[in-house]
Ligand binder design. Structure first.
Ligand code: PMV
Length: 360
């Protein structure tokens, strides 16, 4: 597959108006994507669990307009007009126009809401961009484009990637690989694919409790962070390490080796933040309570031998990952010892999910 495969052929139908709705989840990376080339091509492959509860629901209403010179759209978040989202969507439309050539023919109302609290520090770009890309794919289908379900998902993921890199891992579940990796033959830099190999029972219905440590605006955006990997002194080694970690995970997933899984996942999280701390300019996104939580998790793991571990994305919040069969004890520990470190004691109980859904 190359980019050219995603250029639409002429549409066989015309549409005056309509409405499509999709619900798409967030995802949490186990091997992290940090560093990109032009057009959101990742510097290294990544793998993520698709989430189940943290989702964006987007309805896209479209009405045919007179002229096809410009993009025309409005954005509504939680029932209120949200003009500050417009520049990001304008950029997204510009990037995907050659693949979705109907964009300038319609006026769009993008009506969106998230299941997780607004400005909770949970990135809504993965769920939000994938929900929007899926709505656009549904319109393309209504315009008469013939395609298989596999192609629909591939192109939805491809478009999502152009909105926000990690969004391409949200279309399907439950384990998604994005970025070319030599052992995963169908993997691609252009879109996410389902992890194709055997996964042990231990990893089925894996739990993710998200501790909301800091709900403030990030001081450094992901875009700036990714760019700081250009010329970063440790970049090449980091990209090689991501390839190696993904190779190791293949065996770990097959054998159900939870202890080795923990080592890779926690090392990936800390390496991501180490890259931030060793960029020029350098920055820190963790907060004191992030470290308090990490230390408590380590102590609890030593004392109980339960398979609890943490991961982080580009922020201070902590994702706590654990197998379903240990959920009762671990959740008890989270509530009694960790929730106190969250802003307003807020946390979200999530688990692995299976991807986006069309809402009729
Ligand atoms: O999708 P972006 O550009 O917001 O980058 C997200 C990068 C991380 O969340 C830090 C890691 C990942 O692979 O999701």
């Amino acid at each position: 597959m190359t980019e050219h495969n995603f250029i639409s052929k002429a549409y066989s139908k015309t549409l005056e108006r309509g409405k499509v709705t999709w619900e798409s989840p967030s995802n949490i990376a186990l091997v992290k994507y940090w560093g990109k080339k032009k057009h959101q091509i990742p510097e290294n492959p990544s793998i993520s669990f698709t989430l189940n509860e943290c989702k964006t629901m987007t309805s896209l209403t479209f009405t045919k307009k007179e002229s096809s010179h410009d993009f025309s759209f409005e954005v509504i978040l939680d029932g209120e007009k949200k003009d500050d989202f417009k520049p990001k969507i304008q950029t997204f439309f510009e990037r995907i126009e050659s693949f979705s050539p109907f964009l300038k023919d319609f006026h769009f109302v993008i009506d969106t809401k998230n299941t997780f609290p607004h400005s909770s520090g949970i990135a809504s770009s993965a769920s939000g961009m994938s929900a929007l890309a899926l709505c656009l794919m549904s319109i393309e289908k209504e315009l008469g484009s013939e395609m298989s379900e596999e192609f629909f998902n591939q192109k939805a993921s491809f478009l999502s990637r152009l909105g926000s890199g990690s969004a391409c891992r949200s279309v399907e579940g439950d384990l998604i690989v994005w970025g070319k990796h030599k052992q995963i033959t169908n993997s691609s830099d252009l879109y996410g694919v389902k992890y194709p190999f055997e996964v042990h029972e231990n990893f089925k219905n894996y739990q993710d409790t998200i501790l909301l440590v800091d709900k403030g605006e990030k001081q450094v955006s992901s875009t700036v962070g990714h760019n700081l990997m250009h010329g970063h002194p440790f970049a090449e080694e980091r990209f090689n390490q991501a390839h190696d970690n993904l190779s190791k995970l293949i065996h770990i997933f097959k054998e159900g080796d939870l202890n080795s899984f923990i080592k890779i996942v926690e090392s990936e999280a800390l390496t991501l933040h180490a890259m931030m701390m060793t960029s020029m300019p350098y920055f820190i996104l963790m907060k004191p309570n992030t470290l308090e939580i990490i230390n408590k998790i380590w102590r609890f793991r030593r004392e109980t031998n339960l398979h609890i571990c943490f991961t982080l994305d580009a922020g201070a919040n902590v994702h706590i990952l654990y197998p379903e069969k240990e959920a009762a004890q671990i959740l008890e520990f989270i509530k009694s010892e960790l929730v106190a470190f969250c802003q307003n004691e807020q946390y979200i109980c999530d688990r692995i999910g299976f991807g986006a859904k069309k809402i009729n």
